[in-house]
Design a protein around this ligand. Structure first.
Ligand SMILES: Nc1ncnc2c1ncn2[C@@H]1O[C@H](COP(=O)(O)OP(=O)(O)OP(=O)(O)O)[C@@H](O)[C@H]1O
Length: 485
C-alpha cells in the first residue's frame, strides 16, 4: 500500500481546503499503470486486485494516511488574471516517495466538487480522462518531463457536457502541483508570509541546491524555474507537442507538463498551428509556446517582487535581465535540440540559419514534421530515400550532407543521434480521437492498449507501430480540441 508523507499540508489551511472525493455508483478500473505503480513502490498483491483499485482510485475509499484536499491557486487564463481558481474538480490525496526517494503528489481528477468548483460539477468525462492517460504516457516515453497517470476508473455516473458522457476519475502523479498560479494567489492577496512559506517549501522540494540563507536566492529561484521551463518547452518543440492552454495555472514550477485538456500534436510543420477551439488568437500556437513560457516566467517573477526588495522598482530592475535572458537561453537550447534532430551534436558545427531553412522548407511545402526528420535519418543509409529527399528538399539536402562531411560526422553517427532525437511514432491526433471514441462508445480498450504499447517505444519500429504512423487524410485542417472536461 502507499505510504503517505504529506508535506504540503503542513503549509496550513491558506494553501488548500479539506474536501472529500465523491462516492460514485459503479467504479470500474479501465487503465492501470503497472510500471508507474512499481516506481511508486506499490505493493504487487494490492495492484492485482482490480476491484479494490477501482474503489481507491475512484475516491470511494480513502487510503490510510491520505488527507484529501483541494489546492488554492489563481492564474492568468488567456492573459486575464483570475484570482479565484483552485482545484475545482481535483483532490490531492497526499504525497508518497517513489523508488528514487522523490516526493510525488497523488491526485484524483474528476472526483467531485470542492470549495473551488464555482459553477462546475467537479467531474470529468471518460474521453478527457483517457486522453490525459494516453498523452502523458506518450510524453513520458518520448523523454519529455511530465506528470503521469496511475489509473483511470469509470464511475458509472453520467456527466453532462454538450451531450451525456460516461464519467471517469483519473489519478495523476506529479512532482508537485505547485503552479505559477500558486505564487500569484498569495502575491495578489498581499500575503507575504504565505508567499515566503511557499517559496521556501518550493526550494526545499524542487530546487534544494539553492541556499535560502544567501542574498539573491529568490533571483536564483526565478533563474532555475526559467531553466526548467526552457528544458520543457524545447522538448515539446522537439516532438511537436502543442499544449493548447499554457495559462499560468497550468505552468508547474517543477517543470513538468501538466493538464492535457486541449493538447494536440503538430502534423504539417507550421509555427502558427493551433487546434484548441477556444484559442481564437493563436496565443498558444505551436511556435508561440516559447514566448508564452517567457511571459509566464515574467508573471512568476512579478509575483515574487515583494520578496526581492522592499523597493518594488529596484526589484523589477533586478528581475528584468533574468527574464530577458530567457529568450536567448531558449534560442540556444532550441537550436541545439534542432541540430541534434539533424544529426549534429553541437550547435558550434551548424548555423542557426541553416536549421531555420529546413523548417521554412517544411512550412512552404507543407511537410510533416515527424516524418521529415525520420526520412532524413533513414536517407543516410538508404539511397532510394536519399534520392527522394534530394528531389523534395533541393539544394538544402546536399548542403546538409556536405555539412556532416565537413564536421567529420559519419553517417552512422549522425543516424544514431537522429534516431534518439526523432520519434518514429507520436500520438497523432486522428488516432487519439479514434481511440477515445472507441473507448467511450464500445468500452473496448484493446486498441487503446495496442496504441499505448506502441507509444511507449516511440523511437522503435515495433510490429504494430505502422498501424499508427499514417498521416491524417485531411492534414488535420478540420481538427479541433476542447478544454478537456
Ligand atoms: N467540471 C469542472 N468542475 C469544477 N471545476 C472545474 C471543472 N473543469 C475545470 N474546472 C476548474 O477550472 C480551472 C481550469 O480548468 P482546466 O481544465 O484548465 O484544469 P483541469 O484540467 O481541471 O485541472 P489541471 O489544471 O489540474 O489539470 C481549474 O481550476 C479546474 O479545477
Amino acid at each position: 500500500m502507499l505510504q503517505f508523507n504529506n508535506t504540503y499540508h503542513k503549509l496550513g489551511d491558506k494553501f488548500y481546503q479539506t474536501a472529500m472525493p465523491n462516492k460514485v455508483s459503479n467504479p470500474a478500473l479501465l487503465f492501470w499503470n503497472d510500471m508507474l505503480a512499481n516506481d511508486l513502490r506499490l505493493d504487487t498483491a494490492f495492484c492485482r486486485d482490480k476491484s479494490k483499485l477501482a474503489l481507491y482510485f475512484s475516491g470511494n475509499k480513502i487510503i490510510s494516511g491520505s488527507v484529501p484536499v483541494a489546492l488554492a491557486y489563481s492564474g492568468h487564463q488567456f492573459g486575464q488574471f483570475n484570482p479565484y481558481m483552485g482545484d475545482g474538480r481535483a483532490h490531492l490525496l497526499g504525497e508518497v516517495c517513489d523508488k528514487d526517494n522523490i516526493q510525488r503528489d497523488i491526485q484524483l481528477k474528476g472526483s467531485g466538487q470542492t470549495p473551488y468548483s464555482r459553477r462546475g460539477d467537479g467531474l470529468c468525462a471518460i474521453g478527457p480522462a483517457i486522453r490525459e492517460y494516453i498523452m502523458s504516457e506518450a510524453m513520458y516515453a518520448l523523454g519529455v518531463p511530465t506528470s503521469r497517470c496511475l489509473a483511470v476508473v469509470s464511475t458509472g455516473e453520467t456527466v453532462y457536457r454538450e451531450s451525456e458522457k460516461p464519467g471517469a476519475v483519473v489519478t495523476r502523479i506529479a512532482a508537485s502541483h505547485i503552479r505559477v498560479g500558486t505564487f500569484q494567489h498569495f502575491s495578489a492577496r498581499g500575503d507575504v508570509e504565505s508567499l515566503t512559506a511557499l517559496t521556501e517549501y518550493t526550494i526545499n522540494r524542487h530546487y534544494p541546491t539553492i541556499d535560502i540563507n544567501t542574498d539573491g536566492y529568490i533571483l536564483e529561484l526565478i533563474k532555475s524555474v526559467g531553466a526548467k521551463q526552457i528544458e520543457l518547452i524545447v522538448q515539446w518543440m522537439r516532438v511537436g507537442f502543442i499544449h493548447g492552454v499554457m495559462n499560468t495555472d497550468n505552468c508547474a514550477i517543477s517543470g513538468e507538463t501538466i493538464d492535457f485538456g486541449p493538447c494536440a500534436m503538430l502534423g504539417v510543420y507550421h509555427p502558427g498551428t493551433v487546434y484548441s477551439s477556444i484559442d481564437k488568437n493563436g496565443r498558444y500556437a505551436f511556435g508561440n509556446q516559447p514566448n508564452i513560457a517567457q511571459w509566464n516566467m515574467a508573471r512568476f517573477a512579478e509575483s515574487l517582487i515583494p520578496l526581492i526588495d522592499e523597493d518594488a522598482e529596484k526589484a523589477v530592475e533586478l528581475v528584468k535581465p533574468i527574464i530577458l535572458q530567457f529568450a536567448e537561453d531558449f534560442n540556444n537550447a532550441y537550436y541545439g535540440m534542432l541540430a541534434s534532430k539533424l544529426g549534429v551534436h553541437s550547435l558550434a558545427l551548424i548555423d542557426k540559419s541553416f536549421i531555420k531553412e529546413i523548417l521554412d522548407i517544411m512550412q512552404n511545402q507543407e511537410l510533416d514534421y515527424t516524418l521529415t526528420f525520420v526520412q532524413l535519418a533513414q536517407s543516410l543509409n538508404d539511397n532510394e530515400q536519399a534520392e527522394q529527399l534530394k528531389a523534395a528538399l533541393g539544394k538544402w539536402y546536399n548542403n546538409w550532407l556536405t555539412l556532416l562531411q565537413e564536421a567529420n560526422i559519419d553517417h552512422n553517427t549522425a543516424e544514431e543521434l537522429m534516431k534518439v532525437s526523432n520519434p518514429v511514432v507520436i500520438p497523432r491526433n486522428h488516432h487519439v480521437e479514434a481511440i477515445l471514441q472507441e473507448c467511450e462508445t464500445s468500452g473496448d480498450l484493446s486498441s487503446a492498449d495496442r496504441f499505448l504499447k506502441v507509444l511507449r517505444s516511440p523511437y522503435q519500429q515495433l510490429p504494430h507501430t505502422n498501424e499508427f504512423q499514417d498521416l491524417p487524410k485531411d492534414g488535420d485542417v478540420n481538427y479541433h480540441t476542447f478544454c478537456g472536461t
